[in-house]
Design a protein around this ligand. Structure first.
Ligand SMILES: C[S@@+](CC[C@H](N)C(=O)[O-])C[C@H]1O[C@@H](n2cnc3c(N)ncnc32)[C@H](O)[C@@H]1O
Length: 213
């Protein structure tokens, strides 16, 4: 278990039962544009039958489900067993691995993936840790593959401040992406990335494979 465990798996275990109702009912911050974000990740991934896809922080399987419907070879991972239990019910043909993303991918993942995708997960990590985790994923990307990360994100601090004011008591401080700062830090780390804003509080980063496995 990582030393700095601000968001332990137990926080998510308790949420598994009600998660799908939360995202359906909760159209305000932090889930403004939830469906659009998942659809954008899917569109940018260009799913097709046989494409190998690793979904990080699968939760109850809402991002993974359309990849399964598109016939992808789907691998799902999360560190919360109750979340994965919910996802297994929706995704009978997928592979599941219980895994903490902050640790190196273990032997079960020793294969290249055409796509590594994720939604609403990386904002649990500080920027340095986001970059450390992303860096560790590149060796698991197939040549020509890409990483696509949808999450709670803002173009810059001013855009976040606006949403924070409007959210009032619903606001919680977590490690939300600021695209201007994150793109600069990724560039400095030698990682190529593009960002697009999807809703007032969500956006998508696309990181292409430099050379793959
Ligand atoms: C807000 S939910 C998002 C679920 C799903 N991707 C979606 O878009 O609906 C965050 C998920 O990330 C998982 N998660 C958070 N931190 C994690 C970590 N360090 N390692 C693996 N999974 C993690 C949680 O257990 C939870 O299922």
């Amino acid at each position: 278990m990582p030393e700095n465990d601000i968001f332990p798996a137990s926080d998510f275990d308790d949420w598994a039962e009600t998660y799908d109702r939360s995202v359906a009912d909760w159209q305000a911050f932090p889930f403004t544009g939830y469906d659009d974000l998942l659809k954008t990740v899917l569109r940018l991934a260009e799913p097709r039958p046989g494409l190998s896809v690793l979904d990080l922080g699968t939760g109850t399987g809402n991002l993974a489900l359309p990849f399964a419907r598109a016939g992808c070879d789907l691998w799902c991972t999360d560190f919360s067993e109750p979340m994965l239990a919910k996802a297994r019910q929706k995704l009978p043909a997928a592979h599941f691995v219980l895994h903490d993303l902050r640790l190196p991918l273990h032997a079960g993942f020793q294969r290249p993936f055409d796509r590594i995708v994720s939604a609403y997960v990386f904002h649990h990590f500080e920027l340095d840790e986001k970059i450390r985790v992303l860096r560790g994923l590149f060796p698991h990307l197939a040549p020509g593959g890409r990483i696509i990360i949808g999450d709670i994100a803002f173009q810059d601090a001013a855009a976040m401040e606006k949403v924070k004011l409007a959210a009032g008591g619903e606001w919680e401080d977590e490690f939300y992406w600021l695209a201007d700062e994150a793109l600069a830090a990724l560039r400095e780390a030698g990682i190529q990335a593009e960002y697009s804003q999807v809703s007032s509080c969500a956006g998508v980063f696309v990181l292409p494979a430099p050379g793959g496995l």
